[in-house]
Design a protein around this ligand. Structure first.
Ligand code: NDP
Length: 499
């Protein structure tokens, strides 16, 4: 969605407005960064990266922990900006920032242990060498983020990239530029010497310019369609990419599951943030013997939810106006294909709000089941057992997260699902565990943010060997002794040739 600030007859192409989707009110004006400005920003970031990388882990840890303390003191201020640009309830915004703080703290505290130089065994062939490994920063990381969790999602890259010693240039969504600017300004209060986090605001073309700018790595979070464009541009300069895309997450309910807990999880996982969550529950597969009891509980909970802009609303508006059509289309497609609306229906779509919709008996090829709807809708499909549910889930093109409710088979089913993350007897919990990697497979993308893997994403491995003494059998030389290879082969056969 593109909205400009221009009120005169001459459109102002250099600026755009961010808008409160609840009221249509303009809440901020932002620059549209062009190609040259993005390049200049990345150049400044290079200098910042050299300085920041040279500070070392301990000093970066100190600065980043000071930032996280500042964020903790200003939760309400940042929550106001998030609420104003996305429309989400203030408490949801606060919860998002709590996760930001916890992840930032983990990344700062663990970067040295995960990435710092360490000795590794050289092995018997190279016993005369000392081998070491370290993970060095790329320099400048470009981060392109979405609007649905405008602080938590990009900070999964920004916080970890900074902890690893990189500088960051961040292109926030055009819907949430103020959140990006707030983050950069707050960091500059504790890291004043160089701009280690800069923000380039604008539309898709600004993001494309960042892909062309020569950053060391590009971390993209957004839709699968845009990810393909980002990869195509980055391919031109062999810029490595980390891709976090959408999902179509499923929640599986076994015959021995706690049905109240499963219904609570499905409703929160599906409807929180108005369903605009990449790891939100979009579809439920429930075993036939408990389908009626589960669905009754789910419907009762869905009917109680009230979206709106008022304090105490359960969830806010559809932030991106264009998404309303997708939600309506998926609901109509489900009903046209023989599905039934247990709660709500097409009439629940009342922009900018969408009331809860629960659909049952939806055809497997309906877009409500195969695509990401990104609204407060849940489909419920009945299966004979969880193995059937696993085959249906694994046949989809996305593979981000999933949830399983089962007393006996939770971990077995978690292992069998084709996706990056699973909660057993819970929902979305993995995103709040900083030591766990976050990311998907298939159309949900590749690479990981968060955890040790998330720190390593923003580095490159550097392998070093140092000769300690002259080897008894010299192999890596033209001056090799005549019997050296024969002797080596004999030793190798003794060591590896049996069994
Ligand atoms: P988009 O793909 O529309 O946009 C994502 C970002 O890419 C925005 O900053 C956008 O800028 C920018 N962009 C647009 N076109 C280009 C281009 N050609 N080159 C470079 N950058 C470009 O996604 P949304 O913002 O609508 O976000 C929602 C999507 O994000 C959903 O699919 C959701 O599932 C996914 N998501 C995935 C997460 C994960 O971790 N896996 C987490 C959160 C969301 P602009 O806004 O200015 O167009």
């Amino acid at each position: 969605m593109t909205q400009t600030a221009a009120s005169s007859s001459e459109p102002d192409l250099a600026h755009f407005a961010s808008i409160d989707p609840r009221t249509g009110e303009v809440v901020g004006q932002h620059r549209v960064y062009g190609e040259d400005e993005v390049r200049a920003t990345v150049e400044r970031a290079r200098e910042a990266a050299a300085w920041w990388g040279g500070l070392g882990f301990a000093e970066r840890r100190r600065r980043l922990r000071a930032w996280r303390a500042l964020l903790a003191r200003r939760i309400d201020q940042l929550a106001s900006v998030i609420s104003a640009e996305t429309g989400k309830p203030r408490d949801d915004a606060r919860l998002e920032i709590v996760l930001v703080i916890d992840h930032l703290d983990w990344a700062a505290r663990n970067a040295e242990k995960v990435l710092g130089r360490r000795k590794v065994a050289a092995g018997p062939l190279m016993a005369n060498e000392a081998a070491s490994l370290e993970y060095q920063p790329h320099g400048v990381i470009g981060v392109i983020g979405p609007w649905n969790y405008p602080a938590f999602t990009p900070m999964g890259s920004i916080g970890y990239a900074l902890a690893a010693g990189n500088a960051v240039v961040f292109k926030p969504s055009e819907l949430t530029p103020g959140v990006g600017e707030w983050l950069a300004e707050s960091l500059s209060e504790v890291v004043g010497e160089h701009p280690v986090l800069q923000v380039v605001t604008g539309f898709g073309e600004t993001g494309a310019a960042l892909c062309r700018s020569g950053v060391g790595k590009l971390s993209f979070t957004g839709s699968t369609a845009t990810a393909k464009q980002v990869m195509a541009v980055c391919a031109q300069s062999l810029t490595p990419v980390l891709i976090e895309c959408g999902g179509n997450d499923a929640l599986l309910v076994d015959s021995d599951a706690d049905l109240d807990a499963a219904a609570d999880a499905a409703i929160w996982g599906g409807m929180t943030n108005a369903g605009q969550t990449c790891i939100g529950v979009e579809r439920v597969y429930v075993v036939g013997s408990v389908a009626a009891a589960f669905t009754e509980r789910l419907a009762a909970r869905a009917k109680r939810l009230r979206p709106g802009g008022q304090p105490g609303a359960d969830f806010g508006p559809i932030t991106m106006a264009g998404q309303v059509d997708t939600i309506r289309r998926h609901v109509c497609d489900a009903l046209d294909g023989g599905g039934r609306a247990l709660v709500g229906g097409p009439e629940s779509v009342r922009p900018p709000y969408v009331e809860p919709i629960v659909l049952v008996g939806v055809a497997p090829d309906s877009t409500a089941l195969t695509e990401e709807t990104f609204g407060p809708t849940i489909t419920v499909s009945t299966v004979a057992d969880l193995d059937e549910a696993v085959s249906q889930v694994n046949a989809g093109r996305y593979g981000l997260g999933a949830a399983v409710f089962s007393a006996r088979r939770g971990e077995e089913i978690a292992a069998a699902l084709r996706c990056g993350m699973v909660s057993v007897n819970g929902v979305i919990s993995f995103a709040a565990v900083p030591s766990l990697p976050f990311g998907g497979v298939g159309d949900s993308g590749f690479g990981r943010i968060h955890g040790e893997d998330g720190l390593r994403e923003f580095t490159r491995a550097k392998a070093v060997t140092r000769r300690r003494f002259r080897p008894p059998i010299r192999l890596l030389t033209f001056n090799r002794a005549p019997g050296a290879v024969r002797l080596l082969l004999r030793l190798i056969r003794i060591r590896h040739g049996r069994g």
